[in-house]
Design a protein around this ligand. Structure first.
Ligand code: B3K
Ligand code: ZN
Length: 869
């Protein structure tokens, strides 16, 4: 196995570059012929060897300046031309390669999806099409000519503007595209197929008309409208909030069924997983609607942060991803609910990202060492990357942040930039010293803040003592102090906010924590205050402060910051879970705090004050969220205690849940913030009521009368989780209604995989033969196998090792067919150090079995090696 690591410190400017490339595709699913004619430039006069990346195709011919050229060497991943005899700076290389898209199940490079053909080139997929300087700092102008059978592929698409087209005598036709903006190869795209097209247009702020085209599988036009509206909202928002305008005359989005991730921002031609395009009230939930809007926005925002300004090398990935996630988060916050969005993002960060920090794959948002780049499209690079941008935004404020953005764009437009270029622009725009802040880019791990306080009644001085530390991670033993923005507020006992002062000066609510130990003093405090700490989750850290019950109650009721109120509820749940887990382990009966039940009752009864927040507060953390509270995870214990907590809340608040359920009336389905919040609360009531004596009838009725997928799925999910008698008939009904539609069936597969039943694994294995299941479709694999391994914590970690064996068998198959999907799915297995000795042994055995597989992909190799180290 050849798996060489690349290091960030080894970056060197390219010796050669490509200025223009002409690509000719003679398209056929079994045999596609690609001719690439590239204009090269020697940048380093000393350089005589031109090493091009390429693999997985059949190499046919090579010409230099129009003549056959034989002075080259070849290995499995490159072609090196010996140019010692060439004495010009500029030269032309022509390469012919032959591809088999139908056989390409890796879904990277050129591949078949359904009846169409498409590409995925990020990170290093272009090299599966032809030999190329396949690195993001080589920016070229692309002209692409596609020829294919007209009846099968009436639409032939690529980046930029369509400049010519024609018909051939043999039933084929061709289209030629030109993209005037130089771009790296990873942004190249091609699509061929038969589609229904939704067209629209957008007038930019400077008055240019942009044609918008959305391509979906035939018959799906009734599910395309929301995506188109989302695109128009994104374009408008980016102009208003960031002053950024679209640059081409056409913007195309194609939805395909076979796709490894969410979507891809190829210049002018986004390719999307159909999951993030298709929606109507019958097929998509409220959550789906918002996810679609946010992914459409994310890819659109990449046009500036990613495409116009791209990354110098892949270690800089967070430059475009962290920033673009921040931008899509802001978009959703501005359009919907800021606190709701914040809470959703923090939940993801605390579970997935904190867990990644604690795993063998721990890395900084700007990694230093990579074997397989596709392994670094992570929650750390994306979501923690966005947190780092958010901290900058918090420190600078909106105005200076936007000034920094403008400077960054002005200085780097049309270039391949680094994270440092971004921070430097922010620094110069704000005149803040960001020297220490930069450590967030190089240091991995989750910092911990431990806070204690002191109140001196006599002098009316209140002080907060803050200490910071970052525990060592798998990749990095030594840690340094970070610059952490800590947003706070102080309340008196009745919940009135106090003014933050230090003698005659007002104190900013964002404290700058920069040292390992620091004390912040507040004067004129005439009553012992209750501190609200880490408001809005102002930094991606763990917080330790020893709150007492009365303080928590004050904050839960009165904190102005909605995030804080929700966070206090999380602390209360966490304490209940911990306490009861200990009781469970000691064989004592479980008990739920009556005080907390009383608080929850109060909140539910006054839901009209804030419907969305009520739902969020009353939503119990998932097993995976609770699991992150522990160094060593007890899968059975946590599942059992959580189940007890759900049932206790359900029993005690049953009358209120019923009342609220009946009070909320929603007739026609509308995707508005108000209605989504009300549906959310009503469905939360259903999920609790399912555990009570009225469960079966309420859930059955809810399913029967549902006029939209949000309600249908809520009922089905409640029935499955509470194991209600109606469950099987509802599952069969859903299956009969939707088995023709893989995307909708994903919801069903997910529910099946997370069933609390003892025999769930057997069920999952059987479902792999279900007519709606397809092992080559990543969405299906993720919804069935992925949900089982990641969400069904108890069953996956069954002490007989059956879950581990099952996943290993799947991974061995996926290693052959789709290493990228395999590499995502292996995550729960490499995190063995979080479990007891018996489970660790079983998990390690599974990894060892995998490590012996022949032709182990680089993707899996990198993770297994790190885990077993
Ligand atoms: N840039 C792509 C992700 C590519 C993943 C390659 N394995 C989508 C996005 O972040 O918008
Ligand atoms: Zn992105």
């Amino acid at each position: 196995m050849q798996a060489k690591a690349k290091y960030r410190k080894d970056y060197r400017k390219p010796d050669f570059t490509v200025t223009d490339i002409f690509l000719d595709f003679q398209l056929d699913p079994k045999k596609t012929i690609v001719t690439a004619i590239s204009q090269y430039q020697r940048l380093n006069p000393e350089a005589t060897k031109l090493r091009l990346d390429g693999n997985s195709f059949q190499f046919s011919t090579l010409k230099l300046n129009g003549k056959d050229f034989k002075q080259f060497e070849q290995d499995g991943e490159s072609l090196t031309l010996d140019l010692s005899q060439l004495n010009t700076t500029d030269f032309e290389v022509e390469i012919v390669t032959i591809l088999n898209p139908e056989k390409n199940t890796s879904l990277q490079g050129l591949y078949q999806s359904g009846d169409g053909i498409c590409t995925q080139c990020e990170a290093e997929g272009f090299r599966q099409i032809t030999y190329m300087l396949d690195r993001p700092d080589v920016l070229a102008r692309y002209t692409t000519k596609i020829t294919a059978e007209k009846s099968k592929y009436p639409y032939l698409l690529s980046n930029g503007n369509r400049i010519a087209s024609g018909d051939l005598d043999d039933g084929r036709h061709w289209v030629e595209w030109n993209d005037p903006f130089p771009k790296p190869s990873y942004l190249f795209a091609l699509v061929a197929g038969d589609f229904d097209v939704l067209t629209d247009s957008f007038i930019t702020k400077s008055g240019r008309k942009v044609a918008l085209e959305l391509f979906v599988d035939r018959g799906n036009l009734d599910r395309a409208d929301w995506a188109m509206q989302s695109l128009k909202r994104s374009m408008k928002w980016d102009e208003e909030r960031f002053g950024l305008e679209y640059d081409l005359d056409i913007y195309m989005i194609v939805a395909v069924d076979f796709f490894n991730m969410g979507a891809m921002e190829n210049k002018g031609l986004n390719i999307f997983n159909s999951k993030f395009v298709l929606a109507n009230p019958q097929t998509a939930t409220d959550e789906d609607y918002l996810a679609i809007e946010s992914v459409i926005a994310h890819e659109y925002f990449h046009n500036w942060t990613g495409n116009r300004i791209t990354c110098r090398d892949w270690f800089q990935l967070s430059l475009k991803e962290g920033l673009t996630v921040f931008r899509d988060q802001e978009f959703t916050s501005d359009l919907w609910s800021r606190s709701g969005k914040r809470i959703e993002d923090v939940r993801l960060l605390r579970t997935a990202q904190f867990a990644e920090d604690a795993s063998p794959m721990a890395h900084p948002i700007r990694p230093d060492k990579v074997i397989e780049m596709n392994n670094f499209y992570t929650v750390t690079v994306y979501e923690k990357g966005a947190e780092v941008i958010r901290m900058l935004h918090t420190l600078l404020g909106e105005q200076l942040f936007q000034k920094g953005m403008q400077l960054y764009v002005a200085e780097n437009d049309g270039k391949a930039a680094t994270c440092e270029d971004f921070v430097s622009a922010m620094e110069r725009a704000s005149a803040l010293d960001l020297t220490q802040f930069r450590r967030w880019y190089s240091q991995s791990g989750t910092p911990e803040l431990t806070i204690s306080d002191n109140y001196d009644e006599q002098s009316a001085v209140y002080s907060l003592h803050v200490s910071q530390t970052t525990p060592p991670t798998a990749d990095q033993m030594e840690k340094v102090d970070l610059h952490i923005p800590l947003k706070i507020a102080l309340y008196d006992k009745v919940g009135k906010p106090l003014v933050l002062k230090h003698h005659d000066n007002l104190v900013n609510s964002v404290l700058n924590v920069t040292q390992s130990e620091q004390t912040f003093e507040f004067t004129d405090i005439h009553t012992k205050p209750v501190p609200a700490l880490l408001g809005d989750f102002s930094a991606p850290v763990k917080l330790h402060y020893d709150y007492n019950a009365a303080q928590l109650s004050t904050l839960l009721r009165h904190a102005e910051n909605h995030f804080v109120r929700w966070d206090v509820a999380q602390m209360l749940y966490a304490a209940e879970l911990r306490r009861n887990l200990t009781r469970h382990q000691q064989g004592k009966p479980l008990e739920f705090s009556a005080d907390i039940l009383a608080e929850l009752y109060q909140i539910l009864e006054s839901y009209q004050q804030n419907v969305e927040l009520t739902t969020l507060i009353l939503t119990l953390p998932k097993v995976t969220e609770f699991a992150e509270l522990f160094k060593t995870i007890d899968p059975e214990g946590i599942t059992l205690v959580r189940d007890f907590m759900v049932r206790t809340i359900a029993d005690n608040l049953k009358q209120s849940f019923l009342k609220v359920y009946n009070e909320i009336r929603l007739d026609t389905y509308r995707v508005t913030a108000g209605d989504i919040a009300l549906r959310g609360l009503r469905n939360l009531c259903v999920s609790y009521l399912a555990y009570t004596t009225v469960g079966n009838s309420v859930v059955n009725k809810h399913y029967t009368y549902a006029n939209n997928m949000t309600d249908t799925l809520a009922a089905l999910s409640a029935a499955t989780k509470a194991q209600l008698p109606c469950r099987d008939s509802l599952l069969v009904d859903f299956e009969n209604r939707w088995q023709h539609d893989g995307l909708v069936m994903d919801k069903w597969f997910m529910l099946q995989a997370t069933r609390p039943d003892e025999d769930v694994l057997l069920k999952v294995m059987q479902l792999m033969d279900h007519p709606s299941f397809n092992f080559n479709n990543p969405n299906r694999v993720r919804s069935l196998v992925g949900s089982f391994a990641n969400q069904n914590v108890k069953a996956f970690h069954a002490i007989d090792g059956s879950g581990y064996r099952f996943l290993t068998d799947i991974l061995i198959r996926l290693n052959e067919s789709n290493p990228q999907v395999a590499s995502r799915l292996i995550e729960p297995l490499i995190r063995f150090s979080r479990y007891d000795g018996q489970r660790q042994t079983l998990m390690k055995r599974a990894l060892e079995r995998l490590s012996e597989v022949e032709n182990l992909s680089r993707d899996l190799y990198e993770k297994i090696e790190k885990a077993l180290q």
